[in-house]
Design a protein around this ligand. Structure first.
Ligand code: PHE
Length: 338
């Protein structure tokens, strides 16, 4: 009996101080297992006198029950505590302010390209594309600027070899489209172009143009001017005026540089238009008969107009930006304003 008492005291102390299930399992083996302490006490009972055995047996059973009770109480306490701890660890504070997700938006240059595309899609144009790594053939020869033509110098670019270069303009797409499609043709092609220019506030060796080409029967300069006026009003506002100045391009004849009235001062003169009242945004003209012929279109039957617009220049104008390098620096503080 004394042995049982001592054992129970020790067991109770140990079980109550156990903090995890692993310890409880160890203690179960230690007290209730085959070689456990209770089993040993029971074995010792064989040495007792027969009349003492019933009482000793009962005491042993009571001790087993007591142990079982202690174990199941301890298990419950430990598992309750574990649940509480997990709930605490996994708690969700719904009052904490959410983390801000910064969602970007299209780059200002892309915005301008999309806006121009939409204006021309509305007029029934299709979007065409061409390669940025272009051949001398399409970039110059087909466009009526043969070898030694002085206009090639003005568009110095990056040559891979004598035949391959980075296109200096989107105009080669004109030639590619005309070679592969019979009139009527109505396309615009936005894209990246390259020139060996030093970087400054208004020049970049990589920039964007949008080319437009219309070829059909009876296309005249009048159609070109009407299209440019309509475009300028859609792009820069209803009161915008268009001005054509005679110019030279090898692939158009006649050719013009096209200015639009300044949308800031409405033509009066201000810093944005450098006090000229007008801002140059594109080159245009009637497609040269040689170009039509080069591309398999009979200039006696068909005529066309084309123009090429500088995207950066237009975007600078639209957003009032005076340095095009800002478009390429990818500084979110700048880009997020537009
Ligand atoms: N390709 C010319 C340039 O880059 C622009 C242009 C396009 C002019 C189409 C006339 C017609 O300067």
């Amino acid at each position: 009996m004394l042995q049982l008492d001592v054992m129970l005291k020790n067991a109770e102390r140990e079980i109550l101080s156990a903090t995890d299930m692993k310890k409880i399992e160890e203690l179960k083996v230690q007290y209730l297992g085959k070689k456990g302490e209770l089993t040993q006490v029971l074995r010792g009972m064989s040495a007792l006198a027969p009349e003492d055995r019933p009482a000793a047996g009962k005491a042993a059973n009571d001790a087993r029950e007591k142990l079982n009770q202690l174990f199941s109480d301890a298990e419950k306490i430990i598992s309750d505590k574990a649940v509480k701890e997990r709930l605490y660890e996994e708690r969700l504070d719904v009052t904490v302010p959410g983390r801000k997700q910064d969602i970007g938006h299209t780059h200002p240059l892309t915005q301008v390209i999309r806006k121009i595309e939409n204006i021309f899609i509305g007029l029934g144009y299709q979007i065409a594309e061409g390669p940025e790594v272009e051949s001398v053939h399409y970039n110059f020869d087909q466009l009526n600027a043969p070898d030694n033509h002085p206009s090639r110098d003005e568009q110095d670019t990056f040559y891979f070899d004598a035949e391959k270069l980075l296109r200096t303009q989107t105009s080669p797409v004109q030639a590619r489209v005309m070679e592969n499609n019979a009139p009527p043709i109505r396309i615009i092609c936005p894209g990246r172009v390259y020139r060996a220019d030093e970087v400054d506030a208004t020049h970049s060796p990589i920039f964007h143009q949008i080319e437009a080409l219309v070829v059909d029967k009876d296309i005249t300069m009048g159609n070109l001017v009407a299209t440019l006026k309509l475009f300028a009003k859609e792009m820069f506002g209803e009161e915008t005026e268009v001005r054509l100045r005679p110019h030279y391009f090898p692939f158009t004849e006649p050719s013009a540089e096209v200015d639009v009235s300044c949308w800031v001062c409405k033509g009066k003169g201000c810093p944005v238009c450098k006090y000229e009242g007008f801002i140059e945004i594109l080159g245009a003209g009637m497609v040269h008969p040689n170009v039509l012929r080069n591309c398999g279109i009979d200039p006696d039957i068909y005529s066309g107009f084309a123009f090429g617009l500088g995207v950066e220049r237009t975007a600078m104008a639209v957003f009032g930006i005076n340095d095009l390098r800002l478009f390429y620096e990818n500084d979110a503080r700048f880009l997020s304003q537009f």
